[in-house]
Write a protein that binds this ligand. Structure first.
Ligand code: PLP
Ligand code: COI
Length: 369
């Protein structure tokens, strides 16, 4: 694996005027507006990684036969740059995204990128477009590194021999809105499967998301906000949501609260927010473990009052409470259906670390500029 860290810099001749940019940053939504620049880099079997560029955000020209359009050899990452109170900008655990990027690359038979080059590409884009990082808790600049197969050939005898890596950036509020979190109603998908053992569930590859849209439409038709994926064999064990991991909170009078998140079986994405909460929770006085929970246990423990809160977590979503559950057969509420105190405390603490108002004992925050 060879790499050059010499990115050529080609600044945009006409960046968006500051007043228009400020208007976008007032209420950026999620993934709708992109900054003035992007990073691109090419890979070929002969040259390895080459032609790294910071250049104006713009379109690609690709032949119709380009491999990614047909066989979906593609992968991405998701992370955020945060504005701190002193105006500086940070990333949150970017080395973890670099490691997961390479885990996805191995599964998808795509080239790995040296982690330091991955992080450098993010820092370059964030520094160049630092005026696009919004202020305020829950707001950030969402970064989307991705890689696609670019061989213009339809043969299916071997993976592509050329690839394009790109990073784009988009100012964002949290996925479910910037205000105080409201509870989600989730749909238990028993007719669709997201991932199987030996498949691509742990990789951040487009096909996992493409296959999820039909279940998302089913969820919407049943008045739900999100799909909860169950295991492929029994459709009984909870795995994760479409773009988030799940945590279950068990709290009994007088006992230390216990958080449980489904274990990484290879079928779910190893979320960096999930990992951060597993480490953060004990510092706040909660036990935090990986385990498993069936949908029957979820319903029964809610009825018994021992399972008091459920929340989803991820880069885009931050921490989103789950208030109600529906499936073809049943529906129930979690607690009183409203965001629970442990969910809100974890959310505040995580956002505090990310925005620099809470201590960062694990060194998760990386200063960029
Ligand atoms: N699960 C899936 C399927 C996702 O797409 C994401 C988002 O990246 C997550 C979980 C949460 O991962 P992270 O916390 O690293 O953003
Ligand atoms: C992220 O949180 O970064 C994700 O990739 C979720 C995405 C599907 C919006």
């Amino acid at each position: 694996m060879t790499a050059t860290t010499d990115f050529e810099i080609h600044p945009a001749s006409g960046p968006l005027p500051a007043a228009q940019r400020a208007a976008v940053l007032e209420d950026p939504g999620f993934g709708q507006t992109f900054t003035d620049h992007m990073v691109t880099m090419r890979w070929s079997a002969e040259r390895g990684w080459h032609d790294g560029r910071l250049e104006p955000y713009g379109s690609f020209t690709l032949e119709p036969a380009t491999s990614v359009f047909h066989y979906g050899q593609a992968m991405f990452e998701g992370m955020k740059a945060y504005r701190q109170h002193d105006g500086s900008i940070t990333l949150f655990r970017p080395e973890e995204n670099a490691a997961r990027f390479n885990a996805s690359a191995r599964r998808m038979a795509m080239p790995e990128l040296p982690p330091e080059v991955f992080v450098e590409s993010l820092e370059l884009l964030v520094s160049q477009d630092r005026g696009w990082v919004p202020e305020g808790a829950g707001r950030s600049l969402y970064l989307r590194p991705f890689m696609i197969a670019t061989d213009p050939a339809l043969g299916f005898t071997h993976p592509s021999r050329t690839f394009l890596f790109c990073v784009v950036a988009s100012p964002a509020t949290a996925y479910f809105g910037g205000g105080p979190p409201t509870s989600l109603t989730v749909w238990l998908s028993t007719s669709f499967t997201r991932a199987v053992r030996g498949g691509t569930g742990f990789a951040k590859t487009g096909g996992n998301y493409a296959g999820a849209f039909a279940a998302g439409l089913e969820a919407t038709a049943h008045g739900c906000d999100q799909v909860v994926w169950l295991d492929a064999m029994e459709h009984s064990w909870v795995e994760e949501m479409g773009g988030m991991n799940l945590f279950f909170v068990f709290a009994r009078e007088g006992a230390r609260p216990r958080l449980m998140t489904p274990a990484l079986t290879g079928t779910l994405l190893p979320g960096i927010t999930r990992d951060s909460l597993l480490r953060l929770a004990p510092r706040l006085g909660y036990d935090a473990v990986e385990g498993q929970i069936s949908i029957d246990e979820w319903r029964e423990e809610c009825a018994a009052g021992t399972l008091t809160e459920v929340f989803a977590c991820g880069t885009a979503a931050v921490i989103a409470p789950v208030g109600a559950v529906r499936s073809e057969r049943e529906c129930w509420t979690v607690g009183d259906g409203r965001p629970g105190p442990i969910t809100l405390r974890l959310r505040e603490e995580l956002l505090g670390i990310q925005h620099g108002s809470a201590p960062d004992p694990d060194g998760w925050v990386r200063h960029v500029c």
